[in-house]
Each structure stands twice: as structure tokens, then as C-alpha cells.
Design a protein around this ligand. Structure first.
Ligand code: ADP
Ligand code: MG
Length: 299
């Protein structure tokens, strides 16, 4: 039925909000006036998946933890379930991956951004008595690396932001988003153009190729290693990318490009590109490829 991705800083109140959503939905489903399909509400979180907080202490242990979470999401997504993913979900590439998994089996999605100030998170984290506190240096590190969800990108939309001072979650709005699934109009600039598969394949090839060559020359010509920089692909096509603090070789970029193309080629040729929902404009392909690169380039 739906995938609800919770995202937020460590100890920002994500589990509390996930529980609120679950309570609201279960009450709604149990109400005699409810006439919709029977649904179960499933919360997937680090604890039930045995992912220890210390997994976030370094990226080596974090990758398999994300893998575990992703597998659980894939296994649980179904037409008769609302899956709430209650984890940090702070990497946009990871949120994108879950979004793709959801689209693939045609369930609706939304993202709930649980907002609290870094200071409050630190305080709540230090006051935790449930054994789920993050090590202070891990918390500081995660705060820094957090990639904020944005309603401007398809995979984070629709986006609901719940602030620490909010008594409750906007349960009715969330319910509407995942049952009626008001599909937001595409952003201007990434206007969805229903393209024939051959066009989509061509766009996929040439756009990713131009990102690779632009990155190679960017690295050669400027000191943007390890920072976020805007790459101009054409007068109307720009992307922002965070580069690792080292030179990424052409062969590594080409390998990632091949993987990305293979991944999406399959979607195009299998026709799982849900009419109009996947945007094969150059801007959209370039944005998705950048997300994929950021997630998969070695640090
Ligand atoms: P997370 O799942 O993001 O790690 P939790 O929901 O488990 O966060 O909450 C972490 C701690 O912060 C809990 O001890 C909780 O009591 C406290 N907390 C969370 N949200 C709030 C809030 N809005 N106001 C006050 N305390 C909160
Ligand atoms: Mg939690």
C-alpha cells in the first residue's frame, strides 16, 4: 500500500513520531466507519532488525546495516501493508533507493522529516535510559553528514515536516498522501516528458556520459575535491555534487556509470517506468546519477 520514510537526526524523536503515526492509523482502520481495504501497519526500525547504535560509528559497519534495513523494506513492501521505516535515513541516495523499490511494486510513498535542533538531540541523547543512545562523537558526526530531505526531489515527496514543538503528527494529511496519493506536479525544469523508451535510453546514455566527462575536467581544473560543487553540463543543465576528498579515476566513474545505466535500462525495457511517474528528462537523469555517484563513490 505505502512506504513512509522517517528521517531525522539521531535522537530527534523519530521513533516517537513513528509510534504516533502507527497509533493514528490503527485507530482509523479499527473505526467502524472505515470501509477501505484491510491493512497492517508495520514499523521497521534498527532495534527490531538488531542493528546496534554502534553500527553508525563508522562507515564500514554502517553499510551492512543499511543493507539489512533495505532488505527488510523490500521484503515487507506489499499492497496490504503500510511500511514505516523508522531509522536515520539520512543519506539521500538511500532514500532514493527505497523510493525506487516502492515504485517498483507500485506503492505510494511519503517522507516524514522529524525536526529537532542539534542541541536538543544531544540533550535527549545524553538523557536516554533505554540503552539506545549514540556515542557522542557518532552523534556529532551524523549531525554533520545529515542530508536534509527536500520536497523538491521526487523521492522525498510528498514531504511532511514535524517539529519538536509539535504535539502530534499531521496524521490525516499523511493518510491522504498514502491512500489518495496526490501526485505532485513535476518541478519546472524537471518537467516530466513522456518519452519513448528509445529516447529514454539515449538520454540515459548521453546524460550520464556528460556527467562523467564534466567530473573528470572539474577534478583536473579546480580544487573542489572533498567539497560540494556545481557542475555545468550545458547552459540549461547543472548539477550539484559532493566529491570525495581524492581524485576519482575515470575508470571508477565509468564503472559506476555502467552500473547506473544497467540498473535503469532494465526499468525502461521492462516497462516498469510507471506512466509519467518516472521523469526521463536530462535534468532528472543527471540528478539521479549524481545521487547514485555520491552513494557509491568510495570515500
Ligand atoms: P529517535 O528514534 O530519533 O532516536 P526517540 O523517539 O527514541 O528518538 O526519542 C529520543 C529521546 O528524546 C526519548 O528519550 C524521548 O523521550 C525524547 N524526545 C523525543 N522527542 C521529544 C520531544 N518532542 N520533546 C521532548 N522530548 C523528546
Ligand atoms: Mg529510534
Amino acid at each position: 500500500m505505502a512506504l513512509i520514510t522517517i528521517s531525522g537526526y539521531p535522537s530527534s524523536g523519530k521513533s516517537q513520531r513513528a509510534a504516533q503515526i502507527k497509533r493514528h492509523f490503527e485507530a482509523r482502520l479499527a473505526d467502524p466507519s472505515y470501509t477501505g481495504p484491510s491493512l497492517s501497519i508495520v514499523v521497521l526500525d534498527d532495534d527490531t532488525l538488531n542493528i546496534d547504535r554502534s553500527s553508525y560509528n563508522d562507515s564500514k559497519s554502517e553499510k551492512p546495516a543499511r543493507g539489512t534495513l533495505f532488505t527488510a523494506v523490500q521484503r515487507n513492501l506489499a499492497q496490504n501493508k503500510v511500511v514505516i521505516v523508522d531509522s536515520l535515513n539520512y543519506i539521500k541516495g538511500f532514500r532514493y533507493q527505497m523510493y525506487c523499490a516502492a515504485r517498483e511494486i507500485k506503492v505510494r510513498v511519503c517522507t516524514v522529516y522529524v525536526l529537532a535542533t542539534p542541541d536538543l538531540c544531544k540533550q535527549w541523547n545524553s538523557e536516554r535510559t533505554d540503552g539506545k543512545a549514540y556515542a557522542p562523537e557518532t552523534l556529532a558526526n551524523l549531525l554533520q553528514r545529515y542530508e536534509e530531505p527536500s520536497s523538491m526531489v521526487r523521492w522525498d515527496s510528498p514531504l511532511f515536516t514535524v517539529s519538536w514543538s509539535d504535539e502530534d503528527v499531521p496524521a490525516d494529511d499523511i493518510w491522504r498522501a498514502i491512500t489518495e496519493g496526490v501526485v505532485k506536479p513535476p518541478n519546472t525544469g524537471t518537467q516530466a516528458v513522456a518519452k519513448a523508451p528509445t529516447d529514454a535510453l539515449r538520454t540515459l546514455e548521453h546524460t550520464t556520459a556528460s556527467v562523467v566527462s564534466a567530473l573528470v575536467s572539474e577534478q583536473a581544473n579546480s580544487g573542489s575535491l572533498g567539497s560540494t560543487t556545481t557542475i555545468t553540463l550545458s547552459p540549461i543543465l547543472k548539477v550539484r555534487i559532493t566529491l570525495p576528498p581524492r581524485n576519482v579515476t575515470l575508470s571508477e566513474l565509468q564503472r559506476l556509470k555502467r552500473q547506473f545505466v544497467t540498473l535503469h535500462k532494465k526499468a525502461i525495457t521492462l516497462g516498469t517506468t510507471e506512466k509519467g511517474a518516472v521523469d526521463w528528462s536530462e535534468q532528472s537523469v543527471a540528478d539521479k546519477f549524481v545521487v547514485y555517484l555520491e552513494e557509491n563513490m568510495k570515500p
